[in-house]
Design a protein. Structure first.
Length: 70
């Protein structure tokens, strides 16, 4: 019984963690790395910092992406 509760709690925490990462778009870098490795293996994978800079620059350059107030 105890292990079943532990298993259920682990699944619940994992699900909440996944949901929050998707909601906050924290998983965008992970998806980008998977895409680059799968579709462009000869290309160097950018660091997370470089990826976030490219993403921010792209969002600020395109008014359809919304705006960043701060």
């Amino acid at each position: 019984m105890r292990s079943e509760l532990r298993w259920a709690a682990d699944r619940l925490v994992g699900g909440v963690r996944w949901y929050v990462r998707e909601l906050m778009d924290e998983s965008a870098y992970d998806r980008h790395v998977a895409h680059v490795r799968r579709d462009h293996p000869e290309t160097e994978v950018p660091s997370r910092r470089d990826f976030e800079r490219m993403r921010t620059d792209r969002q600020e350059a395109d008014p359809r992406q919304g705006f960043r107030c701060c």
